[in-house]
Design a protein around this ligand. Structure first.
Ligand SMILES: *Cc1c(COP(=O)(O)O)cnc(C)c1O
Length: 423
């Protein structure tokens, strides 16, 4: 039996209905933007393995940093202890984060980064003796699969089994073109009618919703409204962080600065699971007290794992090189040219580009084709052609590693264009 067949006996995959799913592709090797399966078939990883891998698979620079750390100090608990990789990483991050960010808290993945942000927002007001328990979030948001993160997520089939078991979340519309005023009004209404602790959002791009985009000015307005009302603003940059939008962080497009930022995907260049939640001094001070009960009683066994920190440091170093910044611009220009080429295609309703992110919506004839057939047909077509793309319903998006070659990128575009003929 090959790996793909042996997998079936014991393994349970994420987001998978095992009764109807096709067998998983067994990947044995990766290099740059390419992956190979156990039969030697080559794939272009055009979604950077769920948006985590900007610098290419099996990156030797990061691998060497990890090896060096593993053979120096692989791990030590972070309660009562610290170490150089965490200290240096905090210093390096502070240099590129918005100026108001002053404290960083480690966890293991995007969901926990969000979980920590929500807990801090809620406990901040609890510590002050102020009753604020509602979190404001966008419709169709995705913030992860742990409980508070899931409560804030608006994609119903992910969360419907757990409705009624969540923290208080009130949803407002996304300020996409034409909906700005409705969104601002909804924000003001929610703040008036609820005891709001925080506003959690994916800045500028809602990844899991299908790379839905909105303008920085709108987010500035929403953050301003929150600031006027002392509502903590939480930017979930788990997807957008580390260059995806063309700047280090999506929040770098803003005039306003959020109080909290969540980082994970791409933090370690797609090597070691790790996440960071960053905070303003004021939020940290809300826990700083002679009263032990005011501390943040949250932690994970592998908090600030030194090997993860070393991987993150190597990744940051790569991100900051001129070569990598040029790669981001090159991919962006290439996307814009493809957008120009494809946007008037009769099967395309709309296209979007920001940084290395490209998305197009395929025209749908009937509602029923939306989540079922079209998505499956497209996905299977791409896999057959050796390109890894995971459409969201009728939305096809590309989010490649920054180091993808022009030739590979052109191949991805050609196959996306070809796919329009089969739907
Ligand atoms: C992926 C994602 C998460 C969840 O991260 P995990 O590492 O999968 O837990 C949270 N927020 C956003 C915006 C994401 O894209």
């Amino acid at each position: 039996m090959n790996l793909s067949e042996r997998d079936r006996q014991y393994l349970w995959h994420p987001y998978t209905q095992h009764k109807t799913a096709t067998a998983p592709v067994a990947v044995t090797k990766g290099e740059g933007a390419l992956l190979w399966d156990e039969n030697g078939k080559e794939y272009i990883d055009a979604i950077a393995s769920w948006w985590v891998n900007p610098f290419g698979h099996s990156n030797l620079f990061i691998a060497n940093a990890i090896y060096k750390q593993l053979t120096t100090l692989e791990h030590v608990l972070f309660g009562g202890f610290t170490h150089e990789p965490a200290v240096i990483l905090s210093e390096k991050l502070m240099a590129i984060l918005p100026k108001n960010q002053q404290k960083i808290f480690f966890s293991d993945n995007g969901s926990t980064a969000v979980e920590v942000a929500i807990k801090v927002a809620l406990q901040y007001f609890f510590n002050k003796g102020e009753k604020r328990t509602t979190i404001i979030a966008f419709e169709n948001a995705f913030h992860g699969d742990t409980f508070a993160a899931m409560a804030a997520s608006g994609i119903s089939f992910y969360t419907q089994a757990f409705s009624g078991m969540f923290i208080d979340v009130v949803r407002i519309p996304v300020p996409v073109k034409g909906s700005e005023k409705v969104c601002f009004d909804a924000m003001r209404d929610v703040i008036k009618s609820h005891n709001c602790a925080g506003f959690l959002f994916e800045p500028l791009v809602q990844g899991a919703a299908g790379m839905v985009m909105y303008e920085a000015e709108s987010l500035d307005e929403l953050i301003s409204i929150c600031k006027e009302n002392n509502v903590i603003t939480i930017a979930d940059e788990v997807m957008t962080g580390f260059g995806k939008t063309g700047k280090n962080f999506a929040c770098d497009y803003l005039q306003q600065q959020p109080d909290v930022m969540c980082l994970s995907k791409a933090l370690t260049g797609g090597t070691i699971p790790m996440a960071i939640t960053t905070f303003t001094q004021d939020l940290f001070d809300g826990f700083y007290s002679d009263d032990i009960n005011k501390a943040l009683f949250h932690g994970h066994t592998f908090t600030a794992n030194p090997t993860g920190c070393a991987a993150a440091l190597a990744s940051l170093e790569l991100l900051e090189t001129v070569v990598m910044q040029d790669n981001i611009q090159r991919v962006n220009k290439s996307h814009l040219a493809f957008q120009n080429h494809i946007q008037n295609h009769p099967k395309v309703t709309t296209t979007r580009v920001l940084g290395v992110i490209f998305a197009l919506e395929v025209k749908i004839e009937s509602e029923e084709s939306y989540y079922g057939n079209m998505r499956t047909k497209l996905y299977n077509f791409f896999i057959e052609k050796g390109v890894i793309l995971r459409p969201v319903g009728n939305i096809v998006y590309i989010l490649p590693p920054y180091i993808i070659t022009d030739e590979q990128l052109q191949k991805v575009y050609a196959i996306v264009e070809e796919a329009l003929e089969i739907v």
